[in-house]
Design a binder for this molecule. Structure first.
Ligand code: AMP
Length: 113
């Protein structure tokens, strides 16, 4: 737990969030500034700064993917969804705690621009 990390504080319950799923390894909660009708963040409980900092073979990756799949099912995103991981400043990452954005409920374009 990094006391200066907003997601660590959300996981600890110090900052309120709307949780949609949690287990031993990950927590999923609604983004406070949603970019789609469904916008959920899937976050490992362990503080990892980003996907580049994730150790090779870490079980966290499987847990994130499994939870993202559960969110897609729970949110009824049968028409499709978009998963996003922003990494570093060029990637648009603003919170340095690894998270997967699960977006759905509207169409998305490609390329994203
Ligand atoms: P990123 O830019 O990929 O690092 O994404 C960070 C996301 O965290 C943004 O979409 C923010 O809207 C979201 N966010 C920031 N603070 C909170 C919060 N307290 N509760 C929920 N989502 C948050």
């Amino acid at each position: 737990m990094d006391p200066n990390c907003i997601f660590c504080r959300i996981i600890a319950g110090d900052i309120p969030s709307t949780r949609v799923l949690e287990n031993e390894q990950v927590v999923a909660f609604r983004d406070v500034n949603p970019q789609a009708p469904t916008h959920v963040l899937v976050v490992p409980r362990e503080h990892v700064a980003g996907f580049e900092q994730l150790a090779a073979g870490s079980p966290i990756w499987n847990a994130l993917v499994a939870a993202a799949q559960d969110v897609v099912r729970m949110e009824g995103l049968a028409n499709g969804s978009r998963l996003v991981i922003n990494q570093g400043s060029d990637g648009g990452q603003t919170v340095p705690h690894l998270h997967v954005h699960v977006l759905g409920g509207r169409p998305f374009r490609w390329p994203p621009g």
